[in-house]
Write a protein that binds this ligand. Structure first.
Ligand code: HEC
Ligand code: HEC
Ligand code: HEC
Ligand code: HEC
Ligand code: HEC
Ligand code: HEC
Length: 378
């Protein structure tokens, strides 16, 4: 039945293409300026002429692209099964949906919420129907906004990883009379910082910043943070970025191949019935030939212990709760004196949201967490 449906859909799609007259150059039929609603048939990308459907849509002969297997991996990833596609509002869809991401990439204005939204899937990162291959939709460098007063935006330009950072980038904190940005210069006891929102952070996509050693709050008069810059500048990361560590194929072949590595983008996975995580170190091994665990040189253990210390201090101050929620609302802003101390809270949220337990940039992450503890212990 499912096959019949696919064939029918395919026929329907052919019909639509046929109605459009002589085929123009690929992608020409994407109508510009259409609102993000389910407004009838709108192809953002279109179909390439002479596309051979069965080269991808046939698990039997598709031994090159392995679309079926990659679809399963994707479904197991948070791109496929996270809460992402619940965020279908106009200001969220450019990163939380396929439709929004394509529109943003094509400079089509997103004018409204997108109904019937698709989570970031094959068509977000690739354009298989319009291009007939799996090249990446975008690899343009990305500007990473700074949420710290006096600090400029940084640039992320790490090859194919730029695709990931097109979404995994920070968002600006909305300021108001009750919400200020962290400011390193406000060190006097008369300087009060007001945090009027529990979302006082640059959203969750801070991985690009951490990887390149940017974005954390630097306290005045302290030593500049160090960085393990090789995790963004050394080949093969310098040309493939995030992909090197996150998308390596897991070996031995297919042991957990659809649960970890590849298009799951997961580096660790806890098999059903087990309490021990399986770790995918094939990416790491391109440089650390003898690595046996993610906790290389115990840097993860050190980082986790320090982050836990910082968390306990923040809880004791009543700035956050045990689930890492900032205790602030616009009607009852959190007040921090001197204002510059708020940098420790900002850094904590950033390191939690990074999600790598320091691995993205071991030196930087460990320096930032230590400096934040030192500041609060002053
Ligand atoms: C270069 C590879 C490739 C080619 C060639 C290709 N497709 Fe696809 N197509 C995909 C991928 C990837 C998906 C999404 C993954 C999946 O559903 O298996 C997809 C999904 C679809 C879907 C399902 C859309 C949905 O809503 O889930 C239809 C229908 C479809 N393709 C039709 C066609 C037709 C018709 C052709 C030939 C004109 C074609 N495809 C050629 C890669 C390809
Ligand atoms: C979040 C972004 C993202 C999504 C979603 C995604 N891909 Fe990919 N895909 C990539 C990246 C990045 C690469 C390059 C990986 C590499 O270089 O090892 C890639 C590589 C591929 C390749 C290999 C291309 C080659 O030339 O070797 C295929 C095939 C592929 N993807 C199919 C799919 C299919 C099918 C889906 C949907 C089920 C999908 N991708 C969803 C990012 C994505
Ligand atoms: C279209 C936007 C988009 C692109 C492009 C994208 N991501 Fe994501 N990614 C997301 C969103 C949104 C989530 C959160 C999903 C959720 O939790 O519902 C996410 C989640 C993830 C997660 C799981 C996070 C967790 O907390 O477990 C990983 C790992 C990840 N992405 C890696 C990558 C990598 C690597 C690339 C590039 C190959 C990439 N992403 C490209 C939007 C994107
Ligand atoms: C600039 C791109 C971008 C925009 C715009 C954006 N997000 Fe996200 N968001 C992400 C990425 C990437 C992640 C996943 C990062 C990770 O897992 O580390 C994420 C994660 C989240 C999460 C956490 C999901 C989880 O499982 O932990 C929530 C909730 C969320 N976003 C809500 C929203 C809402 C609501 C909006 C609009 C008001 C929005 N986002 C706008 C990129 C974006
Ligand atoms: C040097 C290898 C490496 C590079 C490069 C790298 N990551 Fe990671 N990343 C990791 C490790 C290790 C973890 C922790 C995974 C775990 O504990 O399961 C992680 C965790 C994450 C997480 C948290 C979700 C999870 O799976 O637990 C996200 C999201 C993420 N990385 C996105 C990115 C993005 C986006 C880039 C590129 C800007 C990137 N990573 C580059 C190694 C890397
Ligand atoms: C592009 C090459 C490359 C890749 C890929 C890579 N690393 Fe590294 N990493 C380095 C280099 C070079 C250093 C600095 C020298 C050293 O400590 O080995 C380093 C340092 C580290 C450190 C800090 C060690 C210390 O004592 O300060 C940790 C932890 C680490 N890497 C873990 C990982 C993990 C885990 C992965 C895979 C998820 C990974 N790396 C992938 C090149 C790489």
């Amino acid at each position: 039945m499912k096959n019949v449906l696919i064939v029918l859909t395919a026929i329907a799609l052919f019909g639509l293409i046929a109605c459009e007259g002589p085929a123009g150059p690929a992608g020409k039929d994407g109508a510009a300026g259409v609102a993000g609603k389910d407004a009838g048939f709108v192809y953002f990308d279109g179909f390439k002429a002479d596309l051979k459907c069965s080269s991808c849509h046939n698990a039997d002969t598709d031994t090159v692209n392995n679309v079926a297997a990659r679809s399963i991996q994707w479904a197991n990833s948070l791109h496929g099964s996270g809460t992402a596609s619940e965020e279908n509002r106009v200001s969220c869809v450019e990163c939380h949906s396929t439709e929004g991401f394509i529109m943003k990439a094509k400079n089509i204005t997103i004018a409204s919420d997108i109904v019937n939204v698709t989570p970031p899937n094959c068509f977000a990162c690739h354009s298989p129907h319009a291009k007939g291959d799996f090249s990446l939709r975008t690899t343009a460098s990305v500007s990473l906004t700074s949420n710290i007063t006096g600090v400029n935006a940084s640039t992320f330009n790490v090859g194919n990883g730029n695709l990931c950072v097109a979404c995994h980038r920070p968002r600006p904190i909305t300021t108001s009379t009750t919400t200020m940005l962290p400011d390193p210069t406000k060190t006097a006891m008369t300087d009060t910082l007001k945090v009027g929102s529990s979302r006082w952070y640059g959203h969750y996509g801070v991985q690009g910043q951490i990887l390149t050693g940017a974005g954390a709050f630097q306290f005045q008069g302290t030593t500049a943070y160090g960085t393990t810059s090789q995790h963004s500048t050394m080949a093969p990361i310098s040309t493939n970025g995030c992909i090197t560590c996150h998308m390596a194929d897991f070996t031995p072949a297919n042991a957990y191949g659809n649960k970890i590595g590849g298009h799951t983008m997961a580096i660790s996975y806890i098999p059903e019935g087990s309490t021990t995580a399986v770790e995918m170190l094939n990416g790491c091994k391109t440089c650390h030939s003898s690595i046996t665990k993610l906790d290389y040189n115990s840097k993860v253990t050190t980082f986790k212990a320090n982050l836990d210390t910082l968390k306990k201090i923040l809880i004791a101050k009543n700035w956050i709760d045990t689930l890492d929620a900032i205790k602030a609302t616009s009607s009852a802003p959190l007040k921090i004196v001197p204002a510059s101390r708020g940098g420790a809270l900002f850094n904590y949220m950033m390191l939690v949201h990074d999600g790598s337990h320091g691995v993205h940039n071991p030196t930087y992450a460990n320096d930032v967490v230590r400096a934040s503890i030192a500041e609060l212990r002053k």
